[in-house]
Design a protein around this ligand. Sequence first.
Ligand SMILES: [Mg+2]
Length: 252
Amino acid sequence: MLVAATLAVTGCQSIPRENDSRLLATLWFQSAEASACYLQAFAHARVALDEILSRPAPAQPLAIVTDIDETVLDNSGYQAWLIRTGQKYSTNTWKQWTSLASAPATPGASNFLNYAASRGVKIFYVTNRDLDETDTTLRNLRAAGFPFADTEHLFTKRGRDKSKEERRRNIARTNTIALLLGDNLADLAAAFDGATVEARAESVVTNAARFGSNWIVFPSPMYGDWESAKSSLTPASNAVERLKGPSALPAR
Ligand SMILES: [Mg+2]
């Protein structure tokens, strides 16, 4: 008993504290609530797409531009592996994960994108996965049942440029982008590229009418620009200093 208890405690302590928040985020992402949020978002995407399809057809073909990770593919298994092994994200282990090509589709993603394809809408996957992940990514997309999983419709990151704006513009030259799908606001517009916490919040308000009509956002608590964005108000702040809310409560 003592040995078992000691091992259990040691086991707990072997998980670094910095991973505690990852643990909760990953548990949540694998929860029924998260599944429901994805189903809801894709159900709404269908309503929004049907509305667009009911209007006179534009001169250029309609297209959907979607992010991949934590939008249509669920990589929480990689996060789980990081937590279990006490490791931090690295490009090397990430590519070990993507080489498996076994990330499941997020709930509702395959149904929705196949529905869009059946209505004559093209799908473009715009991802910040690297060019050398092309083959495994396409293999994973096909295994998860997604349409348009070919090199013509996959736009990986080129060089070090994380912005997706140039790729969106390329697609928009010959297509009318009906919907943009993503878990990270930079999946939607250049206004969010490298923006501060305050600028991101302001751009959301400025673009309020787009959410739910042309922009569909998915909940991703495991990582994202929301985590690394700098605050212009408290430049050297840590995450706790960025929290909104009172520092004291009245006595009662
Ligand atoms: Mg993503």
